[in-house]
Design a binder for this molecule. Sequence first.
Ligand code: AMP
Length: 126
Amino acid sequence: MNAVDPTQPYDDQNIFAKILRGELPCEKVYEDEWALAFHDIGPQAPIHILVIPKGPYVSLDDFTAKASDEEIAGFCRAVGRVARDQGLVEPGNRSIANTGPDAGQIVAHFHVHICGGRPLGRMIPE
Ligand code: AMP
């Protein structure tokens, strides 16, 4: 899959837009008014969950520029809640938002990865 160009307008045919519309399945772990969370299809840690906002945002950049304070607060609370519900606060976890080619973003709907379940090592490998 090609890397996302984060300067492009939102494309409602992206995979996560289809999941939000119920056109594709997901292994849901949490949902509220602002966010949907589901297991990553290619987990890179024992626990690897994606949290996505309900609104149409390409990236963290797009989300923080355009979303309302209510959407941002609701989404951030959902990320925290999912990590808590998964028991990942005490042992620790890592939340990642990739934006654009240098970060390897491949899905053009803003998402936060929550990874945990084992020691995760250095944040950015040499
Ligand atoms: P990123 O590189 O930050 O864009 O990450 C996109 C993530 O979405 C990758 O970790 C993929 O494994 C994951 N992914 C792609 N398609 C699906 C899907 N249908 N359900 C769940 N996760 C997916």
